[in-house]
Design a protein around this ligand. Structure first.
Ligand code: MN
Length: 200
């Protein structure tokens, strides 16, 4: 079965003023859509066509650049849309809050590390909160790579991801990536991140 562009769980306008509707529309309907289309083209007629996206990513060192870029792009954006919601933000609770305190010392230290990961990723890429050997760790990756890939510098299961490609913020924030990263904290869907932790 070919991969499909997932519907957003909210309207394009829903994350305003933190992420503007035009950016969301282009990002989802053009960028993410292109990753899905090009992934399907790249795996058509190959053994990868019968694998799950996670299986493909775990063996990505053996796949083509087109599969790596577009498979990563499809996975990363599918996660990204779901870890945001209108009226999100605030603080995590329950097991997630406890795990953050256990592994970072405090929420503020985690936030600082995550902001730094996003701000210092040169060029295009992603900032991540991942589960690595049962511990929460902050990392970042270039382009559309992600921590599930066997080529990742820091491997693990991503439970929160932030797209720091310019296409994710340039219309509203231009070169001010740190302002976009700061705004992201107002739309994080902590329930989804907590559910991702439970599954990891
Ligand atoms: Mn993107």
């Amino acid at each position: 079965m070919a991969f499909e562009l997932p519907k957003l769980p909210y309207e394009y306008t829903a994350l305003e003023p933190h992420i503007d509707a035009r950016t969301m529309e282009i990002h989802h309907s053009k960028h993410h859509n292109a990753y899905v289309t090009n992934l399907n083209k790249a795996i058509e007629g190959t053994p990868l066509a019968s694998q799950s996206l996670e299986e493909i990513l775990k063996g990505i060192s053996k796949a083509s650049a087109a599969v790596r870029n577009n498979g990563g792009g499809h996975f990363n954006h599918s996660l990204f849309w779901k870890v945001m919601k209108p009226g999100g933000g605030g603080l995590p609770s329950g097991d997630l809050a406890a795990a953050i305190n256990r592994d970072f010392g405090s929420f503020d230290t985690f936030k600082e590390q995550f902001n730094n990961a996003g701000a210092t990723r040169f060029g295009s890429g992603w900032a991540w909160l991942i589960v690595h050997d049962g511990k929460l760790v902050v990392s970042s990756s270039p382009n559309q790579d992600n921590p599930l890939m066997d080529i990742a510098e820091v491997k693990g299961t991503p439970i929160l991801g932030l797209d720091v490609w310019e296409h994710a913020y340039y219309l509203n924030y231009q070169n001010r990536r740190p302002d976009y990263i700061a705004a992201f904290w107002n739309v994080i869907n902590w329930d989804e991140v907590a559910a991702n932790l439970k599954k990891a």
